[in-house]
Design a protein around this ligand. Structure first.
Ligand code: ADP
Ligand code: MG
Length: 674
């Protein structure tokens, strides 16, 4: 029924392949997409008398060009076009920067309307654009996100064309829900998003549009998870006696939280439904051993397991630990990374395919298409936020609906996780295993570096090892690397009897491993590292960390880094060296040095910045929304989730909601093209 609207944009008058291609770059494929391509702001073109204007106010001013427009050029490609504008009896100065061609549209005596920013002291207007002098019934002018392929003006035109078809829209949110939550229907919503009569109308329309966006998302999730065919898996009959033997060989007792999570996982494995579980637990909370239990259970039930981690260092370390725990039980386990030698790799491929191997631990090397399993029943992704959903999926399809355990040391508040990941059940290890000594954290400015150096000296003299971390951010990689090298040299000369070594991301996997091995065996005293040590590394004798330029890291990244220490039996120390310039920067340093609870940190982080930053786009697996914001619009998301679940429960195939079904199918299709 909505079919007309789903037709390609080329159906519109005057839209050819070239415009269509430009629109595609904005993910606009159909008339429907145009209708739901919303402005990100509105310029208020209301005319306000000069004497009522505030400094910095954006405003539309109409007047007569009073002097010959003049273009002055300065610097490289910079220019200013200026002229005087007479508004009744007043004269103001108008400047357009870097748009010299606008001069052609001007002549003395001509009436123009300029939209721009008013400078009260100088009585001048910094112009943004000329506006067609004739005014429509609303003073609000929508501004759409565009790119270099398509101009604002063109897009406005096309959306106007599309709006002529808006009465073909059918409502997808049930009427009773719309009434209950005072939401606009689709026609009204679309009209008011594009052509609001007042800021308030735009605001109300946006509220409805956000709900609609979340609603579609939640319907998709509900279809995925609530229908039995959405999550078919296999029931794994694991051997509890074997599990008990494994428990008996552990050098420690599982913490209460660990026990609870292991039980949740076992219940999932036992069920026919596919497990999709997210395990959140702070650095050092002991997620690895939980994974070992899951792996061994799957093996005793006759399945293979795969554990994927983001870095080679981590893969090596996990392999060492897990092999030690499981080999005594006859488990056959292999390590596969990009540095695995060709011959060994072939052997691993063969033994995974014929079932000789029970477990493989590895990096992205695991998602190579030619790698096959005999019967992969369990997929574990460690540090899952470092992988995209697609990468995860590439490993999942190597088995027949294998169970999935995703682990992360970057916890997000539980409620948020439940709605954002939607299709995942959430387990948490909230408390560290007993007997851990807290980490003493301190923020110091670079003027107090001597204090830090003295502390390093003290700890070294007691036989401890030190991490020194310095940022290496992709955009400024070369400068950062140079800084890291210099820092290493400085420390070498300052502590001239000690062994100071640099570890950075551009080194070969072999070199990195060698250094990490040396460090963990105690042959290196100070390890100067860029953030490659971020995840997983476990060297209990390293009890101190100094993080330089700490304000260049995100809160959760700092927390991850700090998690490398505090693993031994003694007190440990973390120094954040930073001279933040902004209030938020200072606040972050205060927060990180005052709490070491990852769950608490993530909540604080949320408060300080929006969802986008926190999750780090695309990496998180958390969907991005065009209008809605998971943090600010959280309550709307919860309502959308409830409504969607009830609806899918009552009508699992959306038979009674054909318009909704069409829209959901269509958005799925678009997502796949994108
Ligand atoms: P993470 O959750 O960061 O992956 P790990 O699994 O690496 O943490 O565990 C950190 C350290 O804690 C390891 O050395 C591990 O052996 C140890 N550990 C795990 N569980 C316990 C426990 N219940 N009691 C004592 N130590 C434990
Ligand atoms: Mg870990």
């Amino acid at each position: 029924m909505l079919n007309n609207l789903f037709e390609p944009v080329t159906k519109l008058k005057g839209v050819g392949p070239k415009t269509a291609a430009a629109l595609e770059s904005l993910s606009i494929y159909s008339v429907y997409d145009l209708l739901f391509y919303f402005p990100y702001r509105y310029d208020d073109l209301e005319m306000i008398p000069l004497d009522q204007l505030n400094d910095g106010q954006k405003v539309l001013l109409k007047g007569i060009v009073a002097t010959e427009p003049f273009v002055s050029r300065f610097g490289y490609k910079k220019s200013r076009l200026s002229f005087k504008l007479r508004i009744d009896h007043d004269i103001i100065m108008v400047n357009f920067f870097n748009q010299p061609w606008l001069k052609n549209q001007l002549e003395v005596g001509k009436e123009v309307a300029v939209y721009g920013k008013y400078n009260l002291a100088k009585q001048s207007l910094s112009g943004f654009k000329f506006v067609a002098a004739k005014n429509e019934e609303s003073s609000l002018s929508p501004v759409y996100p565009v790119n270099r392929h398509i101009k604002q003006k063109k897009l406005v035109e096309l959306i106007k064309l599309a709006l002529a078809q808006k009465n073909e829209l059918m409502d997808i949110v049930p009427e009773n829900i719309r009434q209950k939550y005072r939401l606009m229907n689709d026609q009204e919503l679309v009209e008011k998003m594009h052509e609001p009569k007042s800021p308030n109308e735009a605001k109300l329309a946006k509220r409805s549009a956000i709900f609609r966006e979340f609603f579609i998302f939640q319907i998709q999730l509900a279809l995925l998870t609530m229908r039995p065919q959405g999550r078919l898996g296999t029931a794994k009959k694991y051997d509890l006696n074997e599990i008990k033997k494994l428990t008996a060989t552990l050098p420690f007792e599982l913490s209460d939280d660990q026990k609870k999570v292991v039980n949740e996982i076992f219940a999932d494995l036992h069920r026919e439904k596919q497990m999709r579980r997210l395990l959140q637990g702070d650095v050092g909370s002991g997620k690895t051993v939980v994974a070992v239990f899951a792996i061994y259970a799957a093996i005793t039930a006759g399945y293979q397991a795969a554990l994927m981690v983001p870095t080679e260092i981590l893969a090596n370390q996990h392999f060492g630990k897990i092999a030690e725990l499981l080999r005594p039980f006859g488990v056959r386990i292999a390590l596969l990374t990009s540095s695995t030698k060709a011959m060994e790799k072939r052997e691993i491929y063969r033994e995974l395919a014929d079932g000789t191997l029970n477990v493989v631990i590895g990096t992205h090397a695991l998602i190579q298409p030619s790698l096959k399993f005999k019967n992969l029943g369990l997929v574990i992704i460690d540090e899952q936020h470092r992988f995209g959903v697609n990468q995860r999926q590439k490993l999942m399809i190597k088995g027949e609906n294998p169970d999935l355990l995703a682990m992360t040391a970057t916890p997000i508040p539980r409620t948020l996780a439940l709605t954002a990941y939607g299709e995942m059940d959430v387990s948490e290890i909230r408390h560290l295993p007993a007997g851990r000594k807290p980490i003493v954290s301190e923020w110091v400015t670079s003027t107090h570096l001597d204090q830090v150096l003295a502390k390093i000296k003290e700890q070294l003299s007691q036989g401890f090892q030190i991490y020194v971390v310095t940022p290496l951010i992709e955009e400024s990689e070369n400068i950062d690397l140079k800084n890291a090298k210099e820092l290493c040299l400085k420390l070498q000369s300052y502590f001239n009897h000690e062994k100071v070594v640099l570890l950075h991301g551009q080194m070969s996997g072999e070199d990195k491993d060698q250094i990490m091995t040396d460090f963990s065996e105690g042959n290196i005293d100070i390890l100067v590292a860029t953030s490659v040590i971020e995840v997983g590394v476990d060297v209990p004798n390293a009890n101190m960390m100094v993080i330089f330029d700490a304000d260049r890291f995100g809160l959760s990244q700092l927390h991850q880094l700090r998690g490398r220490i505090g693993r031994g039996r003694t007190e440990s120390f973390c120094y954040f060296v930073a001279d933040p310039k902004t209030d938020i920067g200072k606040k972050r340093m205060e927060i990180i040095s005052s709490t070491s609870n990852g769950f608490k940190l993530s909540e604080e982080d949320l408060k300080l910045r929006g969802q986008g930053d926190l999750f780090g786009k695309a990496q998180s697996g958390i969907p991005e929304f065009r209008l809605g914001d998971l943090v600010n619009d959280y309550n709307t998301m919860v309502v959308a989730q409830n409504v969607a679940r009830q609806l899918v429960k009552a009508d699992p195939d959306l038979m009674e909601n054909s318009a909704l079904k069409e829209v959901v199918d269509y958005s799925q299709k678009v997502k796949e093209i994108d």
